[in-house]
Ligand binder design. Structure first.
Ligand SMILES: C[S@@+](CC[C@H](N)C(=O)[O-])C[C@H]1O[C@@H](n2cnc3c(N)ncnc32)[C@H](O)[C@@H]1O
Length: 886
């Protein structure tokens, strides 16, 4: 975020200066090269400059090998001259400075009569393939010279040495090349006063002598063997042309790119806002987001209704970006440091990775470098942290309940610092549930703080890298940078974003910042402290809670729905590894150990490992509960083997189920049966309800069992359907019908199979749900299991209607498919004495072989003209599945 750089985008200022001799020979190539350069993208410019740099260093090494005495051409001042000119200019740039009395001059300095390589560079005269090759080689060198950045004028060097430096300021003893491509001059020598005072004086005098032509840098003397006698490092002064050392203006197409990136960042921020509402999104969209290969891309119009509610989060993310950039600009303005427009980097996980902002002028000193670098992230972090804390407070405020979104609580384990703050605010219990409801501001703040932390990593020209370079020097940055890269590479910090971020930095932000004008004066203690604290906070923010995470995951994962588990699966390798055994375990027993025998899933046709639903062995009232479904050996205190107090649906020791009997009465439509025939019966007071015949036609038997009002216990022989499933079953995936219930053993005619257990709904709720199910089923990939049972009162004047929905909460009966010939199961309405409501149970209507599919007839009516296609394969198949008006 708001990362400042002058490296990646800095255009090297090249000037074409052909003289007559070369104008004709290389004019075309130069023109082509310049044209090419204009067409290069701004990222490629860096590469080009590196290529030139390599060429340059080769050239310099040739000179140092002693091939500098008889070159054919010279370009001391950047122009191409003949031999004589070369000699003349060589003389011009020769160091003739005499050492003042008493001053020690190193031997190699005092004998330095050769001009510095940057001033008198020339091509080698090796011509192994003859003169043509030699000409070609020389042309290449000259071409590079011509394309290279403009050098310091030798006449100016002489003037500066004569007028600028002296006994009272700095006594020059040697000159060396300076700058990325050796285009400047570095004056080495002895300091004659306080370095800051001398530097200020030299800068003022330089402006007087040369005007605005050059920048003067104060840098540490390279390879100095001893410190300065006045304390601190020995210094030297570098001279660079202004147009070479300062980045060029922002071009039109850079504005265009910045605009495009900004629009993309708005898009990615809105996308983050939509993704944060994962619990509200249509299931097919969630499935597609979590596993894009699993299903066809859903209609993205489905997301339109979520855009509006995504905006607050998007505004939060964009607000942090804005604060960050404003922070940089506010710190840069008083110091007259110019900044470029920000190039925002969109990112779908955080909304944005921040921005790349270029320095458009040389920084005056290292303190300014620290201040401008830290101001952006500090401003962004201040806003992010405020949003984060306010969001956490709103998360436990009942008035804001409507705005909350649910996220897996384990996501808070992704950051040690933010996780601890969240736990302190939301409480231990909330953070240890499977999901936690939070205000979108928490997500915006979290993303802002994470992005800020990433940008404060001490690497290259990220904000953190530049702050470390300013506070502790370039050497320290190398050490910090290597550590940060290693931690990112190993995934120790940054979680799933560590690699994308590492690549982003390597590609766009790896080069350290250029030196400041005064690159020697150290920053004060408080600035060093601020940088150190910032780096510490970065590590604490990006460090996940590994030990605790593993412990938490063991508790949390089995409680997640399949969609949530799939999301976790995709997040990172560790979570993938931890989620895999849960998925495997789920495919082993659909009943979550509630039944006597495990009921496994088998799928050889597609990739679905199991069907997700909440298991209930008996009828229940609708509730938004969560269910443990993972390996039993996990350290979980809420599993199926736990006490009833912990888990309301657990099996009692005697095999009986806890049934919420008393509340079931309210679910019955007390107005009686609302079917047309029954209504007629009530009005006309005619005895005999045609519904009765309908039930008889459906072949539904009625059976009485002992129940709560009987004195007998659970061992009584007249409680066949109350002891749970006693036959081995399995669930097999079929390519056309979806999941199917099969016998995993041979079953005799008349044997009890299972109850049709699920949620008991009011008729109003049943109708509402059926509408939703029909809509989802019409789009494919959805199977509903809502059954309506009508029972007539003995008076025959009315009938009760019971709606059992096993789609979301149910038992294995939800996998029994329809067969037009009635299948091999019969449905029986079982009434237990003392129980208010009957239960729908399945018995084998014929002998069933092992592996045979268990089916029954869903009914005879087909009221919908375009009903779902039936694949029962029976000779009586009607072609479509039965349907009636719910
Ligand atoms: C109670 S569920 C049965 C389990 C379902 N097959 C599953 O995968 O969850 C009823 C749904 O199964 C499918 N189904 C049941 N019997 C079928 C049949 N004979 N042909 C095609 N689909 C059938 C329909 O999608 C129906 O809505």
């Amino acid at each position: 975020m708001g990362t400042l750089t002058s490296c990646s985008f800095s255009a090297v200022n090249f000037r074409f200066r052909p003289n007559s001799m070369f104008r004709q020979r290389i004019g075309v190539q130069v023109f082509e090269s310049r044209k090419l350069r204009r067409n290069l993208c701004f990222l490629c410019r860096g590469i080009i400059s590196k290529e030139l740099s390599r060429e340059k260093s080769f050239k310099v090494s040739c000179i140092s090998n002693g091939n500098n005495n008889d070159g054919d051409y010279s370009n001391n001042d950047g122009d191409i001259k003949g031999n004589d000119n070369h000699n003349a200019s060589s003389k011009e740039s020769t160091v003739t400075t005499a050492s003042p009395p008493g001053e020690t001059v190193p031997e190699e300095r005092s004998t330095s009569n050769d001009p510095p390589p940057s001033v008198s560079s020339r091509p080698p005269n090796i011509a192994p393939l003859g003169s043509a090759y030699s000409d070609f080689q020389i042309d290449s060198f000259k071409l590079m010279e011509l394309l290279g950045p403009e050098k310091v004028d030798p006449s100016d060097v002489k003037l500066i040495k004569d007028k600028l430096f002296g006994y009272s300021t700095f006594w020059v003893t040697k000159e060396e090349p300076f700058g990325e491509l050796g285009e400047g001059i570095l004056f080495l020598g002895n300091l004659r006063g306080n370095r800051e005072d001398v530097f200020a004086k030299l800068q003022t005098q330089l402006a007087e002598i040369m005007g605005d032509k050059y920048n003067l840098f104060m840098v540490e003397e390279p390879n100095s063997e001893a410190p300065d006698p006045r304390g601190g490092p020995r210094v030297s002064f570098g001279l660079l042309r202004k147009e070479v050392s300062e980045p060029g203006p922002t071009s039109l197409w850079q504005y265009v790119i910045a605009l495009l990136l900004f629009l993309l960042t708005i898009g990615s921020s809105v996308e983050l806002g939509i993704a944060s509402q994962i619990n509200r999104l249509p299931p097919e969209v969630v499935k597609y987001f979590t596993d894009p290969n699993a299903i066809e891309p859903p209609d993205m119009e489905l997301l339109y209704p979520f855009v509006e509610s995504a905006l607050p989060l998007a505004y939060g993310v964009l607000g942090v970006l804005l604060f960050h950039e404003v922070g940089h600009f506010l710190a840069a303005f008083p110091k007259k440091v110019k900044l470029s427009i920000p190039f925002f980097i969109p990112n779908i996980t955080l909304g944005s990775f921040g921005a790349i902002t270029q320095f458009k002028s040389i920084l005056p000193d290292r303190s300014t470098q620290v201040d401008v670098s830290l101001a952006g992230p500090f401003a962004g972090a201040a806003l992010s942290f405020s949003m984060f804390v306010v969001g956490l407070l709103l998360s436990s405020n009942p008035d804001a309940a409507g705005d909350l979104v649910q996220v897996p609580s384990m996501l808070f384990q992704g950051s040690l610092l933010l996780g601890l703050i969240s736990r302190a605010t939301l409480g231990y219990a909330a953070m240890h549930a499977a999901t936690v409801s939070i205000h979108p501001l928490v997500i915006a703040g979290w993303c802002g703080l994470t992005t800020t932390a990433f940008n404060l990593l001490p690497v290259g020209c990220l904000d953190g890298g530049r702050a470390v370079q300013g506070a502790f020097g370039k050497g320290a940055l190398v050490g910090f940078g290597l550590t940060a890269y290693t931690l990112l590479g190993l995934g120790v910090i940054g979680g799933p974003l560590s690699l994308p971020w590492g690549f982003y930095v390597l590609i766009c932000q790896r080069t350290p910042e250029k030196p400041c004008l005064n690159d020697v004066t150290e920053v004060g203690t408080w600035r060093k402290t601020a940088v150190t604290v910032a780096i510490l906070l970065v590590v604490l923010t990006l460090l996940p809670v590994w030990d605790e995470l593993a412990e938490e995951l063991a508790l949390v994962l089995p409680w997640l729905t399949d969609g949530e588990l799939a999301t976790i699966f995709m997040t990172c390798k560790t979570l993938h590894r931890l989620a895999r055994p849960i998925t495997h375990h789920r495919s082993l027993d659909a009943s979550r150990s509630f039944e006597k025998f495990p009921i496994p899933f088998y799928n050889s046709v597609d990739h679905f490992p199991y069907a997700y639903f909440i298991y209930t062995p008996f009828q229940v009232i609708p509730s938004s509960t969560r269910q443990f479904w993972g390996p039993n050996d996990l350290p979980c205190q809420f599993g199926p083997n736990s006490s009833d107090a912990d888990f309301p649906l657990s099996r009692e020791g005697n095999g009986e189920m806890n049934k919420p009997e008393s509340s079931l009465v309210s679910l019955v439509d007390e107005s009686g049966c609302e079917c047309e025939a029954c209504e007629k019966v009530s009005e006309d007071n005619v005895i005999g309800c045609p519904c009765m015949e309908l039930d008889a036609a459906e072949g539904m038997g009625i059976m009485s069992e002992c129940g709560p009002s009987c004195g007998c216990g659970s061992e009584c022989g007249n409680r066949v359907s109350q002891g749970g499933i006693r036959v081995k079953l399995k669930i097999v995936r079929d390519v056309r019908k979806g999941w199917c219930l099969h016998a995993a053993q041979s079953i005799q005619q008349g044997q009890f199979i299972c109850e049709y257990a699920g949620e008991l709904l009011t008729t109003q709720e049943a109708r509402k749900r059926q509408q939703i199910y029909d809509k989802l089923a019409s789009k494919g990939n959805f199977s509903s299991a809502l059954l309506v049972v009508r029972e007539h009162l003995p008076s025959r004047k009315a009938c009760f209607r019971i709606n059992i929905d096993t789609t979301r909460v149910g038992n294995v009966a939800r996998f029994i498919n329809h067969s037009c010939d009635g299948g091999n199961l019969s449905t029986v309405l079982v009434r237990s004495s003392g129980a208010l409501l009957p239960r729908l149970c399945f018995f084998a209507s014929k002998d069933i072989e092992e592996d045979e599919e268990l089916t029954f007839s869903y009914g005879e009516d087909r009221v919908r003209p375009n009903g779902l296609k039936c694949f029962c394969n029976s000779s009586l198949c009607f072609g479509t599945l039965p349907s009636e008006n719910t």
